[in-house]
Design a protein around this ligand. Sequence first.
Ligand code: UDP
Ligand code: MG
Length: 316
Amino acid sequence: MDNPVQINIVIPLYNEEKVFAALQQRLTELMRNSKLNITVIMIDDGSSDNTAQLMENLSLQDKRFTSVFLSRNFGHQLALSAGLSVVDATEAIFVIDGDLQDPPELLEDFYPYIKDGYDVVYAVREKRKESFFKKLAYSTFYKILKRVSNIDIPLDSGDFSLISRRVVDEIVKMKEESRFIRGMRTWVGYKQIGVAYERQSRHSGDSKYPLSKLLKLAFDGIFNFSELPIRFISYVGLLTILISISYLIFALLKMGFTGDVPEGFIATIFMVTLFGGIQLLSLGIIGEYILRIFFQVKERPLFIIKKRIYNEQVIL
Ligand code: UDP
Ligand code: MG
């Protein structure tokens, strides 16, 4: 490449053959209209449809499109991490989804903030063109996350963002196995700013985030950036002990004064099951942290790149 690349657009793709042509067209248009020197890095996250072939064809004939192929499906956050690990832009990296829910053209609106000295320009969804259930699930999740987490993760912002090269380098250095990139991006610091936009509906094809993957992401968000749930267990324990001692004193006094043998079969069953539940929940919360330690200590590579096409050349 003659001039240094200023911006990489990084796009994870998983079974997106239906969107691919539209995506390619929008990106080509964007690069034609822009004064910036932009290249695209697409990551195939082990697609089982024709996505990888489409990427390969494009990358072999247009050097502005780099392709990275993972050895299997690693999930969106790891595919994105793989993309971030091979960036070559000098200024900033634009992270978008492949389904055109995040309009690539917003790059031109975000870029001036980087010039103004911001390191992260993240998109804040003003409206969502998505199902009622999904909207409710998202807003509940972001509210819990805000309360629980150690860092101030902005509400309603996803991975869609323009990130300076130095912040991307910091994210790549983080070796954590369960990755919640929007949280890691916040953690890095520097000057960050949110810009509102209207999230589009998916261009075509179905969401690649079934409820199970969405829940995993939500758990990664909550348990990777918090200590409050663990603390909370201690508080609940303390409170329980206080209540139980008070009740014991009350029952003994009542027995002493009135001679009544305390009743309370139902109350006993209720208490036993309630605390059985609280204990299991507490173990589960501790388990979430232990699970993360367990996977982390293995120190496995986060993802495996099986092939890359860069500058129209295949790199194995
Ligand atoms: N994606 C991926 N690997 C996966 C699931 C999704 O690389 O295992 C990609 C997908 O192709 C898309 C982006 O991640 O570019 C966001 O996925 P999707 O649009 O399905 O999520 P949603 O917008 O429904 O939350
Ligand atoms: Mg989407």
